[in-house]
Write a protein that binds this ligand. Sequence first.
Ligand SMILES: Cc1cc2nc3c(=O)[nH]c(=O)nc-3n(C[C@H](O)[C@H](O)[C@H](O)COP(=O)(O)O)c2cc1C
Length: 153
Amino acid sequence: MQSTRPTIDILVATTSGNTEYLADQLNDQLTEQGFTTRMHYEPDYTELVNAVTTDTYWLACIASHGAGEYGDSMLAFADDLHAKKPPLDPLHYAVIAVGDSCYDTYCEAGRDFDRTLKDLGAKRLTERLEIDMSRDDPEKKSSTWLGSFTQLL
Ligand SMILES: Cc1cc2nc3c(=O)[nH]c(=O)nc-3n(C[C@H](O)[C@H](O)[C@H](O)COP(=O)(O)O)c2cc1C
């Protein structure tokens, strides 16, 4: 039987690997549930933006570094997005922001990505999940959130 479930592009912004690990866990859960996924450990701006259609679903897992900067693997992507401001009306997306509440710029990169996509016309599927690495259980919190996220697809 042909699956009608959408393919999910998982975008990862990481510097030290925590968010990559988390994204891999989510990928495992999604594939177990029958979703097709594509992992983007160093998201390519041109490839991803040019491929956007009404069937495009991005799940962005974004770590904050520096003073609210994006994790290294998505710095170039974020720079292009801010500079080029592509219209993204057909896109559906959700954001998991990873950070640490000991920083004033808590989860700022994930918040920025969420705000930027919304401003570019993309459709937010659900409220952003914020994971505080100094207080939360990342796997438990993201797994619970993923359950409600997949209901929306
Ligand atoms: C040098 C440094 C700067 C950081 N800056 C921020 C920040 O501005 N805001 C925030 O919420 N977390 C910040 N963090 C916490 C990271 O987001 C957290 O350690 C996260 O797990 C890193 O994810 P990654 O391993 O995927 O890169 C910082 C961590 C480091 C080591």
